[in-house]
Design a protein around this ligand. Structure first.
Ligand SMILES: *[C@@H]1O[C@H](CO)[C@@H](O)[C@H](O)[C@H]1NC(C)=O
Length: 531
């Protein structure tokens, strides 16, 4: 979970769906298609702890959280986190108890390669992930790996980090090792989790490691991530897929951007433009091998203001690597003609599915463009758009993440229509509340119930191909730039206790029922009685 802003805590509960007459809020009683997968997602930095044990090297989050003064509001860190390095067996038991069929976790690059480089492998790191994978499989839970969830090795940051293109080779070596070592048992891979957030917050807003403020670095970060993704996709395709038969994709964070006044064509234009950046900055090149027009326009503007010198185009060679050139006699890849031919689209691009991390919705309206982009509402000012949210939307502990279930369905339909009906895995979806909430986390129950119901409508009514849902997250753990001031877990973790004991909340029971029912088959579903 992540957002572009830093805000103070704010909690307010409001009544959701039940007595609404609005069509989009009508509850659907139905189940997901057979084989639909349910589970949870996590990331290594947030949960593992053991930050300098058993030969692990230092990564950029270790460095960032130990800065003085601390960049984290409660001055906390994840040196211990949820201690999942030692307690992964507890986590697997909880996953099994709730009925998860899949668990997405990320690899700590420096636990496996302490310097980030392939020439020094840490056997203890390999052993840890082998143990986790084997225990998951023994419990009937499919392991799914995220190769990179923001914790770049510090030695690679010292060379310039993601903005430096030499990281591409190091990342490819790491991915190759991971496929080679774990790919006999792991069949679903995420190359990057939310690289859009990683590049923006890490290199512009300073809220994430490495805490820079440099637009040019952010743009080069994005570019090198796209090229890295494509290279690793090709490695899997050529070397591992024939033997291992798995799937590789990327997971992007995307808000749904709703025109503030849907009747106003300028508002609609503004929201649509921003969607093409929000989702398309990474997704479009991975499908088509070039930036979309909206991204090119944005990069052009940034170049004009001398904020970046990054290229607006990929080289022909990079472009070929990113997309698959297997349509005979077709040369016009830059046009968006493909959007009209979904059956053709599916054989293009360096992805087997799309991962979507979705939390909330913004209202969008146009505003005057200004160059004072490094203060405040960065994205909006870049794009000539202003964001807001409807005061009636139920709020969470993060003010700019209100609960807007219908936005999820719109988001899914937008990807389905614009990106050739790809297979979509929901890799993150969850609700932040205050640590004082306790075990009766009613607002989280409502959040998951209503978001999953909108996903059900997208699948059953709209025909969107969503085949997996992993909630964020299982445990209350370190939450990036919020530290321990907000919680996402369906399981309470006592961080004052040396053993970090885990206690399931009401929301764990709710997901347990949704998972086992594969949706909402009948009206006597107990979480529905909560208004
Ligand atoms: C958390 O653990 C501490 C230390 O053992 C204990 O004093 C406290 O009561 C626990 N809190 C909860 C909510 O269980």
């Amino acid at each position: 979970m992540s957002i572009f802003y830093k805000f103070t805590n704010l909690i307010a509960f409001a009544t959701l769906v039940s007595n609404s007459t609005c069509q989009e809020d009508t509850f659907l009683y139905d189940t997901f298609p057979p084989g639909f997968q349910w589970g949870f997602s996590s990331s290594s930095y947030q949960i593992e702890g053991a930050w300098k044990e058993d030969g692990k090297g230092v990564n950029i989050w270790d460095t960032f959280v130990h800065r003085i003064p601390s960049p984290i509001p409660d001055k906390s860190n994840a040196d211990i986190g949820c201690d999942s390095y030692h307690k992964y067996d507890h986590d697997v038991s909880l996953l099994k108890y709730i009925g998860a069929g899949v668990y997405r976790f990320s690899l700590s690059w420096t636990r496996i390669l302490p310097t980030g480089r392939i020439d020094q492998i840490n056997p203890a790191g390999i052993r840890y992930y082998n143990n986790l994978i084997n225990l998951l499989l023994a419990n009937g839970i499919e392991p799914m790996i995220t190769l990179h969830h923001w914790d770049l090795p510090q030695p690679l940051q010292d060379l310039g980090g993601w903005p430096n293109e030499n990281v591409i080779q190091h990342y490819s070596n790491f991915a190759n090792l991971a496929f080679h070592t774990f790919g006999d048992r792991v069949k679903k891979w995420i190359t990057f989790s939310e690289p859009n957030v990683m590049c923006l917050n890490g290199y512009i807003t300073r809220t994430y490691a490495p805490g820079h403020k440099n637009v040019n670095e952010a743009i080069n970060c994005a570019r090198n991530v796209i090229i890295s993704h494509a290279r690793v996709y090709r490695i899997y395709d050529r070397v591992f897929r024939p033997l291992q038969g798995g799937k590789v994709g990327m997971s992007l964070s995307s808000y749904w951007l709703q025109p503030k006044d849907p009747q106003n064509p300028e508002h609609r234009k503004s929201a649509e433009f921003w969607m093409h950046i929000e989702w398309g900055l990474f997704a479009f090149p991975i499908v088509f091998g070039s930036y979309n027009d909206e991204t090119k326009q944005l990069l052009g503007k940034l170049r004009k203001f001398k904020l970046t010198s990054a290229p607006v185009e990929f080289t022909a060679e990079e472009s070929v690597e990113i997309k698959v050139l297997n349509i005979p006699n077709y040369t016009n890849y830059e046009s968006k003609d493909f959007l009209k031919c979904p059956h053709v689209l599916q054989i293009l691009g360096s992805y087997d599915f799309w991962g979507l991390n979705h939390y909330s919705t913004y209202l969008v309206e146009p505003t005057k463009v200004t160059t004072s982009i490094l203060h405040g509402d960065f994205i909006g000012l870049f794009l000539g758009a202003k964001i807001s949210f409807d005061p009636t939307w139920p709020k969470s502990a993060i003010p700019h993440t209100p609960s807007v279930p219908w936005g999820f369905r719109k988001m899914l339909n937008w990807i389905n229509q614009g990106y050739g009906s790809p297979e979509i895995y929901i890799m993150e979806n969850g609700y932040p509340d205050s640590p004082n909430t306790g075990l009766e986390d009613v607002a989280r129950v409502k959040f998951h119930r209503d978001y999953i119901n909108e996903m059900l409508k997208a699948v059953k009514i709209d025909g969107v191909q969503v085949t997996m849902y992993t909630a964020w997250g299982l445990l209350d753990c370190f939450e990036w730039s919020y530290g321990y001031t907000v919680n996402f877990g369906v399981v309470y973790v006592n961080h004052s206790h040396p053993e970090r004991p885990r206690t399931p909340k009401l929301s764990a029971t709710c997901l347990q029922q949704i998972f086992s029912d594969n949706g909402f088959p009948h009206e006597n579903f107990s979480p529905l009685k909560i208004n």
